[in-house]
Design a protein around this ligand. Structure first.
Ligand code: GTP
Ligand code: MG
Length: 226
């Protein structure tokens, strides 16, 4: 079937035509979020590269990125009482584009967040410091919502990206906790309270390990002198 024949088929059916238009708009917006992630990722890699040349070590262990899945976008908008439109996605959701930055040490987290904040094309929309103020379940990470301009053929578009900056320890804990929490019906399981208590205890162990590594690094100090 030629492109013209396909288009005629859609045009003969107004409902399908509308669906196609909306789907195209949606995938275009997802492409824009993917580009915003690329912009932020490059900025982070530049900072990591520069630091490693000057200090002989990489503050960033690894970076993970993700685009929110269409059904999660739909469910979140639904929960907020908004229709599933590209306009509402851009207005109400901050976490369609997500970047997780995993660092070796706690002070690397604050260094990276400061250096990102100082860049004059970046606008910080929101910061949540779950390191200084951990969640009651023990979750820790430094969260930022930033807006970054992306240059498309149609012009400059500010795009929002969620950054989660954490240590290897925090990431290890959060990944396991996430896996356990999303097990079906875990909350009804006998002993769930005990499991939550154990998770909280393991979070405290990770805090101790993070603080200990930071303390040893400060003591050695040589990382900054090489
Ligand atoms: P969401 O609606 O879940 O996006 O939360 P929010 O808008 O209140 O934002 P918040 O900054 O609290 O959390 C954003 C993201 O951080 C979540 O989508 C998770 O990826 C992560 N996160 C937050 N709390 C927890 C937690 O208790 N455990 C784990 N494993 N991840 C968490
Ligand atoms: Mg989220």
């Amino acid at each position: 079937m030629t492109k013209e024949e396909v288009e005629k088929l859609w045009m003969d059916n107004p409902e399908s035509m509308q669906f196609l238009k909306n789907a195209t708009k949606f995938y275009n917006l997802m492409m824009m979020y993917r580009c915003a992630i690329r912009e932020i990722q490059t900025k982070l890699e530049v900072l990591d590269d520069e630091f490693s040349v000057e200090n002989n070590r990489n503050p960033i262990s690894f970076i993970k990125t993700r685009i929110k899945k269409p059904n999660s976008i739909y469910n979140k908008l639904q929960k907020m009482g908004h229709d599933f439109t590209t306009e509402n996605i851009q207005t109400y959701l901050n976490d369609v584009a997500g970047v997780r930055i995993v660092c070796a040490f706690i002070d690397d987290i604050y260094m990276i967040s400061d250096l990102i904040t100082q860049q004059d094309d970046i606008k910080v929309i929101e910061v949540k410091d779950y390191i200084k103020n951990p969640k009651p379940n023990g979750y820790r990470s430094y969260h930022m919502i930033v807006e970054i301009p992306v240059f498309f053929a149609k012009g400059k578009t500010p795009m929002r990206v969620e950054l989660q900056i954490r240590t290897n320890g925090m990431d290890f804990w959060a990944t396991l906790e996430h896996q356990l929490r999303y097990k079906k019906g875990i909350e009804e399981m006998p002993g769930y309270e005990e499991i939550s208590e154990e998770l909280l205890h393991s979070a405290r162990v990770v805090i101790e390990a993070d603080n200990e590594m930071q303390r040893i690094k400060d003591k050695i100090g040589m990382f900054h002198e090489i």
